[in-house]
Design a protein around this ligand. Structure first.
Ligand code: NAD
Length: 490
């Protein structure tokens, strides 16, 4: 990958705020730096929105809502479809940009472009299929009409780990439903969203339908937007800690909310599992995105009769990984997002070891520029270890064991989170029992990766509220009206 190509791409990324179809600096002239986690170097300096800029973005979204909400759904669908086609054309640029600002290996970044693009295609298809109902009331005295309407201007807050897909997963259904939006990407990875806003403008997006504000002080800017009575919906993806705070703020305006929050996914391997498939699934569910996914398997709960073989086989695979800058050929593990993430992985492993766990591979930060941590396997993790309770968000595969099915279920459900679970068994009845017994919004049954634009993504318990994708996704941005008219024959 040539340095020239990287420099050329970065120079083409807007460095301003996108408000009302216009690129501009922040009102107080402040900026902030965006770094490459694989080198620690600054790659771009961009505008940092003030509270006034946030309000200006909401002004633009409110203005544009008047016409966008009345734009025929077919036109909205065609805009999304053009965006999908353009993203497909610019796949390599988006992949490289994500690798530069977030660190994931290029092959994975390409996968995210495909995944993120599918939300544009899916919701372009959904846009024109929103249906209402018409029918007689049971008394026969009236006619009942049930219709769907866009909820209004929305505020969308996205995390750093999937810079493109977390944005398209919100923007596409919002636009399909007839809503306008203000998007605030994470300060660690704002470039992909800015570049995507440019793509939307190229696709013919009317001014003000999508506004992007980047800022180094999310709290103040967001507080003002969420408190504004014109806002009707808040959609957030990020940590449970911040999500809870935002939910409390949203309560004042009784806002519609979607919350995609943290996870602590169990990955259960029964004694009757196909171990080849379980190992493949484990590697994918754990190490995709350098372990920094809300869907990442956090706790490997393995039947004691196969635990040693499972541990040996995943360790062998992990030893074959190549860690490095995501742009280099053959790299499978990139850097963690920042120093805090490295410190957290180190602390979790140290705590597990102090309680009796064994490190089979890795277990240390890597002494080189950037924020790298070795791909790690720890086995014999004891109950009570922090690593079983907290979201690791790093390349650490932690194995604990069980003896009976009931025990596996109890361990798997022993968490305040409920986003996703993974189960490996060849016993059909057992698989069906797990669907009913594991308290998660999603399950991979003999599969380690399950995200799909056509599926309702979302969690139970502290993992969130609402669903993104699937037939459900557009309804997060629609509100229902019931109208009664008299029986025309009475
Ligand atoms: P985070 O909560 O720190 O930040 C998420 C977003 O919120 C960022 O844009 C950030 O700038 C913003 N933010 C932070 N404080 C804020 C405040 N006070 N007011 C308004 N906005 C604020 O999370 P993160 O570290 O970026 O992402 C990692 C977390 O996201 C993990 O917990 C992960 O599980 C979760 N996640 C969940 C899903 C899902 O779909 N459930 C998907 C991806 C990530």
């Amino acid at each position: 990958m040539s340095a020239d190509r990287e420099a050329e791409l970065l120079a083409g990324v807007p460095d301003g705020l996108f408000i009302g179809g216009v690129w501009r600096g922040s009102s107080d002239g402040t900026t902030f730096d965006v770094g490459d986690p694989s080198t620690g170097e600054v790659i771009r300096t961009i505008a940092s929105a003030s509270v006034a800029d946030g309000t200006a973005a909401l002004d633009a979204a409110c203005d544009a809502f008047k016409s966008w909400s009345r734009t025929p759904s077919r036109e909205r669908a065609e805009l999304l479809r053009r965006a999908f086609d353009l993203l497909t054309e610019r796949r390599e640029e988006f992949a490289l940009l994500m690798t530069l600002e977030m660190g994931k290996p290029l092959a994975e970044a390409r996968g995210e472009v495909t995944y993120g693009g599918e939300f544009l295609r899916w919701f372009s298809e959904e846009a024109a299929h929103v249906q209402g109902r018409y029918g007689a009331n049971p008394e026969g005295t009236g006619r009942m009409i049930v219709s769907q309407h866009p909820v209004g201007p929305c505020y969308l807050i996205t995390p750093w780990n999937f810079p493109l897909a977390m944005a398209t997963r919100k923007i596409a259904p919002a636009l399909a439903a007839g809503c306008t939006v203000v998007v605030k990407p994470a300060a660690l990875t704002p470039l992909t969203t800015l570049y995507f806003a440019k793509l939307l403008a190229d696709a013919g997006l009317p001014a003000g339908v999508v506004n992007v504000i980047t800022t180094s002080h999310s709290g103040d800017v967001s507080d003002a937007i969420i408190a504004d009575p014109r806002l009707r919906k808040l959609s957030f993806t990020g940590s449970t800690e911040v999500g809870r705070k935002l939910l409390a703020q949203a309560a004042n305006g009784v806002l519609r909310t979607s919350m995609e929050l943290g996870g602590n996914a169990p990955f259960v391997v029964f004694e009757d599992a196909d171990l080849d498939k379980a190992v493949d699934g484990a590697i994918a569910a754990k190490f995709r995105n350098i372990g920094q996914a809300c869907t990442a398997a956090n706790r490997f709960i393995v039947h004691s009769s196969v635990a040693e073989e499972f541990a040996q086989r995943v360790t062998e695979r992990v030893r074959g990984f190549r860690t490095g800058r995501g742009t280099e050929d053959g790299v499978t593990i990139g850097p963690l997002i920042d120093d805090r993430a490295v410190a957290k992985a180190s602390e979790l492993v140290a705590d597990a070891v102090s309680r009796g766990a064994t490190v089979r591979a890795g277990g240390h930060p890597i002494d080189r520029p950037g924020t790298f941590y070795e791909a790690t396997v720890v086995s014999d993790v004891q109950p009570g270890s922090d690593i079983l309770r907290e979201e690791i968000f790093g390349p650490v595969l932690a194995i604990t064991t069980f003896a009976e099915e009931d025990e596996a279920v109890a361990i798997a459900n022993d968490t305040e989170y409920g986003l996703v679970s993974y189960v490996y068994t060849q016993n059909l009845a057992r698989g069906q029992r797990m669907i009913e017994r594991l308290a998660t919004g999603m399950m991979g049954l003999n599969l380690g990766v399950l995200s799909n634009a056509a599926a309702p993504f979302g969690g139970w318990k502290l993992s969130g509220l609402g669903r993104e994708g699937g037939a459900e996704g557009i309804h997060e941005y629609l509100q229902t009206k019931y109208t009664l008219t008299p029986n025309p024959f009475a």
